[in-house]
Design a protein around this ligand. Structure first.
Ligand SMILES: [Zn+2]
Length: 110
C-alpha cells in the first residue's frame, strides 16, 4: 500500500480518462486501492434497491466512483494545470505545500 500524496479537500484535475481536464475537490481517500473520490468526477450509474426501513427509493442513482490517484494531479490556479506539490517542513514538524512549478503556496500548515 503506497501513501496517497493528496489530502481531503485538495483541488485536483483529472489528467487521464473520460473526465480528463475536469477539476474537483477530493472528498475521500481510499488508500486500500490507491484511489480517491473526487467531487463530480467519475460518475457512475448504479442501481439502488428500495429500502423502506431507511425510507429510500429504488432506482438508478449517479454517484462518484473512486478514481486512481495516478489519474489526477493537484491543481494549481496560478499554473492553470495539474502540478506536483513540494513540501516545506517547519521546525515544529508541520508542513506547507507549494506548487512545484510556480512556488505558489497551495496549503498552509495547520
Ligand atoms: Zn503553480
Amino acid at each position: 500500500m503506497s501513501k496517497i500524496a493528496l489530502k481531503k479537500n485538495d483541488l485536483v484535475v483529472v489528467i487521464r480518462g473520460k473526465d480528463k481536464g475536469k477539476q474537483g475537490k477530493v472528498l475521500k481517500l481510499v488508500p486500500e486501492t490507491n484511489r480517491v473520490i473526487v467531487e463530480r468526477i467519475n460518475f457512475v450509474k448504479h442501481f439502488v434497491k428500495a429500502d423502506r426501513s431507511r425510507n429510500q427509493q429504488g432506482g438508478v442513482m449517479e454517484k462518484e466512483a473512486p478514481i486512481a490517484v495516478a489519474n489526477v494531479m493537484l491543481y494549481c490556479a496560478e499554473c492553470g494545470q495539474g502540478v506536483r506539490a513540494r513540501s516545506r517542513r517547519h521546525e515544529d514538524g508541520t508542513k506547507d505545500r507549494y506548487c512545484h512549478r510556480c512556488d505558489t503556496l497551495i496549503e498552509k500548515a495547520k
